[in-house]
Ligand binder design. Structure first.
Ligand code: SF4
Ligand code: SF4
Length: 441
């Protein structure tokens, strides 16, 4: 079995080798070889960028399905705050949540409640003298994995707090086990997810040995059924408990606002995140807190969302404005739970996964760097991607690692064909005359 679980998968039969995806992958995890894409598992962070780029739908996200609910005695849906952005702000949050109940869940518990708890824990964490600054939010699993593989030197800057979905799952699982008297394994706790990164975090948790979340179901997978269910829900239904503070996490900047983090920096979209982290690694950014999200605009831009990201953002802004006014009018305070550290803190430290180094052996690595530089000088430097590697530097690395040859570069191939042709013309000139030619002369 593979060392890695990945929600993002490739269907080779659909791949046309168009190279669209290789140029956008933030960790250079994709190569085209033999006319088909190939994902290097150790490099993939499940950001879903390749799903967005592939026009042939050769990249997809594997998630769980509503059919899996039958294996559990009691099922809880954990909707991501971003789910609301898929509905007009006129559809009350209550109605969306009650619509989920109609899809077969026994209960709905908002991840936004977990976000409120994590916001409080973040406020406390940032006050700790040992907190390494800039402290980087670990809420987006794609960003945490980006740090693991590309910026291992920043591992200690990651805030060792669980993501809101994990906190919500721990909380609701504990409460229902006690109240209903059923075994933890008889309760199915399902995240309604905007992205494959969260699915991977459930199957291969970051800060704990095992996740309290049973599985993740993509928003795009249930959206059609949910739309129908929502239309049938009475408007006075009441399932909602979270406030705008937790729901606001759906948007880029929402976490920073909820944690009232001063001297902070908010960055979204995975390539922007990578650029900012590069500067942090160089010591150029002096802030206390960084909220970094892999998707453009935050989770409302997740790869498993249905609505256009800008429409979703507009709807979310409208909903939040309304919710804030209601929270204020009703004097609604965020729900208070016993937010002890067992709910929020990591059980284990996050390990680096530095896949960018060339060899385990330092001397061999140095030799390979030298070879790579020599090889790179011979390549055209156009970064066209026609060779199946994302850029000339990556091709040079692939050649040194024995995974590609120089003539994979179409310019080098052309040079080689031209040299061969000239050589053949030269050799042809040296040929002795044929029998026919002798007879004619
Ligand atoms: S999911 Fe992200 S990291 Fe993985 S192959 Fe696709 S673009 Fe690259
Ligand atoms: S920004 Fe949100 S939706 Fe996008 S990968 Fe991160 S957690 Fe998932």
């Amino acid at each position: 079995m593979s060392e890695y679980f990945h929600s993002v998968r490739l269907t080779p039969e659909r791949c046309k080798g168009c190279v669209n995806c290789i140029k956008r992958c933030p960790t250079e995890a994709i190569r085209i070889r033999g006319g088909k894409a190939r994902i290097t598992e150790a490099r993939c962070i499940d950001c879903g960028e390749c799903i967005r780029r592939c026009v042939n739908r050769a990249k997809t996200a594997v998630t769980d399905s509503l059919g899996d609910l039958k294996n559990y005695e009691y099922n809880v849906a954990l909707p991501a705050p971003s789910l609301y952005s898929q509905f007009s702000a006129d559809v009350p949050a209550n109605v969306v949540l009650c619509g989920l109940m109609q899809l077969g869940f026994d209960e709905v518990f908002e991840v936004a409640l977990g976000a409120e708890i994590v916001s409080d824990a973040t406020v406390e964490y940032l006050k700790r003298p040992e907190a390494k600054k800039p402290a980087i939010s670990s809420a987006c699993p794609a960003v945490v994995r980006l740090v693991q593989v590309k910026f291992p030197e920043l591992i200690d800057n990651l805030i060792p707090l669980e993501a809101p979905v994990e906190v919500a799952a721990r909380l609701v699982r504990g409460i229902r086990c006690r109240e209903l008297g059923i075994a933890p394994e008889a309760i199915g706790v399902w995240f309604i997810t905007p992205c494959p990164a969260k699915m991977t975090a459930v199957k291969q948790p970051l800060g704990a040995e095992k996740s309290s979340v049973t599985g993740a179901i993509g928003i795009s997978q249930i959206y059609g059924d949910l739309l129908k269910a929502v239309a049938a829900v009475p408007r006075d239904a009441n399932c909602q408990r979270a406030t705008a503070r937790g729901v606001g996490w759906a948007l880029s900047g929402g976490e920073t606002a909820a944690a009232t983090a001063a001297n902070s920096l908010v960055v979204d979209e995975i390539h922007n995140v990578s650029e900012v982290l590069e500067q942090v690694a160089l010591g150029k950014i002096k802030v206390d807190f960084i909220e970094a999200l892999a998707c453009s605009g935050g989770c409302i831009g997740g790869p498993l969302m249905v609505e256009n990201r800008f429409v979703a953002e507009h709807r979310m802004q409208q909903r939040l404005a309304r919710m804030r006014a209601e929270d204020e009018a009703h004097g609604a305070a965020p729900a208070k739970y016993h937010s002890d550290s067992s709910l929020t803190e990591y059980d284990r430290t996050i390990e680096p996964r530095p896949i960018m180094r060339l060899d385990e052996d330092i001397f061999r690595a140095m030799y390979k760097v030298e070879q790579m530089e020599k090889t790179l000088k011979k390549l055209p430097g156009l970064d066209c991607g026609s060779c199946g590697s994302p850029n000339c530097k990556a091709l040079a690395e692939d050649i040194v690692q024995g995974e590609a040859v120089e003539t994979d570069c179409i310019f080098k191939l052309r040079e080689r064909v031209r040299d061969l042709a000239q050589e053949m013309v030269g050799l042809a000139a040296k040929l002795p005359p044929s029998l026919e030619e002798r007879e004619e002369s």
